[in-house]
Design a protein around this ligand. Structure first.
Ligand SMILES: NC(=O)C1=CN([C@@H]2O[C@H](COP(=O)(O)OP(=O)(O)OC[C@H]3O[C@@H](n4cnc5c(N)ncnc54)[C@H](O)[C@@H]3O)[C@@H](O)[C@H]2O)C=CC1
Ligand SMILES: O=C(CO)COP(=O)(O)O
Length: 338
């Protein structure tokens, strides 16, 4: 039996990562009446936030009035009442390890990246628990573009922690006039929804880029949703979680909006404008990194993820779009919910 964690009193929130999402979450936290301190590794970003009140590199056109503040000192961010990790999924182990010795025991650490760890196939909450045992892991995920959150447009997300009381407290720390978190105790279900929907958004983009029609896109999204549920349940999550904001909600958003970097990348693949995985100099496309990891996890668990497999083959340049489509359509007929 797990013991409930004491509910944290949250006045200060350290946000680790000075990209689009970290900056948007700093604004959400400020509107929630807390004091956000954004840690970024890039001195120019820290100076721009503190002096020019903007993050022109990652969130141009958004004013960052106090209490949003930035620092280059990781100790300062780690010393806050609550800490958020907002760097790309594949940096989680290194960033969490850097934080580990600086955290006060029992500090809630909220993961906000979407992905599985390459190499180990582990969920990010497991990586955090392994390298930073002083942290109490939580996950924030759901349909939420950084630009929308930053502009104060209405947004709802899921906040999960193993202890539902902790999830309630973390959700309350983020809740503001336009940012509405719902609490959950299904950390696995919430993480899987966020990680895999990026892969499926690439598939939806391919369908659009190739001009395969609205019917094909709807079919793809429905079969993609079945993959979200299958993988989450196989990993120990609950199917109902995938019907919520962090599953269906985020799947709907990123399989349909050109604001999504994953969807946009898929469109480029479908149009034949990009044949290999995106490089580090371009926009972050988490689904391209997650696809092969998800395939490896699914094979280990004996779970069938044909759309995810197709995306992995495409981003690795092993097949063409036409070959992928022919392969998917030639699969043996099966019962819909088998
Ligand atoms: N942008 C969005 O709308 C949303 C993004 N997310 C997730 O948030 C995560 C971050 O995405 P974005 O902020 O959009 O990306 P971004 O590309 O805007 O920013 C990434 C930031 O991480 C920093 N960074 C990269 N490697 C680092 C390292 N090793 N140590 C310290 N800092 C490092 C970069 O300098 C940059 O400031 C991703 O997993 C993404 O899926 C989640 C919800 C919404
Ligand atoms: O996760 C997101 C919205 O919920 C952001 O999606 P992209 O990373 O595809 O832009």
């Amino acid at each position: 039996m797990t013991h409930p964690e004491p509910a944290p009193q949250v006045e200060t929130v350290g946000i680790v990562g000075g990209g689009a999402w970290g900056t948007a979450l700093a604004l959400a936290v400020a509107r929630a009446g807390r004091r956000p301190l954004l840690w970024a590794r890039d001195p120019a970003t820290v100076t721009a936030i503190n002096l020019s009140r903007e993050n022109p590199r990652h969130l141009p056109g958004i004013r960052l009035d106090p209490p949003v503040a930035a620092t280059l000192d990781l100790d300062e961010a780690a010393g806050c009442d609550l800490v958020v990790l907002a760097t790309p999924a594949q940096t989680t182990r290194a960033v969490a390890a850097d934080l580990a010795g600086r955290l006060r025991p029992g500090t809630p650490v909220v993961l906000s990246a979407k992905g599985f760890e390459a190499g180990t196939g582990r969920l990010l909450a497991d990586v955090l628990a392994e390298v930073a045992p002083a942290a109490v892991p939580a996950v924030l995920s759901g349909p939420s573009f950084a630009a929308d959150v930053a502009r104060g447009l209405p947004t709802a997300v899921t906040v999960a922690a193993a202890d539902i009381g902790m999830a309630d407290a973390v959700a309350a720390a983020f809740a503001g006039p336009s940012f509405r978190p719902y609490a959950s105790d299904d950390v696995i279900g919430v993480e899987v929804g966020g990680a895999l929907k990026n892969v499926l958004a690439i598939a939806s983009g391919v369908v659009v880029g190739r001009g395969l029609g609205a019917s094909a896109q709807a079919a793809l999204v429905a079969r993609a949703f079945a993959e979200l549920v299958r993988l989450a349940v196989a990993l120990g999550g609950r199917a109902e979680t995938l019907t919520g904001l962090s599953g269906l909600g985020d799947l709907f958003l990123t399989t349909s909006s050109r604001q999504s970097r994953n969807f946009a990348y898929g469109i480029a693949l479908g149009e034949g404008r990009a044949v290999e995985g995106p490089d580090e100099s371009g926009p972050l496309v988490e689904g391209a990194k997650t696809a092969p990891v998800a395939v490896a996890i699914a094979r280990r668990l004996g779970v069938d993820l044909p759309v995810t497999e197709a995306v992995a083959a495409l981003v690795e340049g092993r097949v063409s779009v036409d070959e992928v489509m022919a392969g998917l359509l030639a699969r043996p007929l099966k019962r819909e919910h088998a």
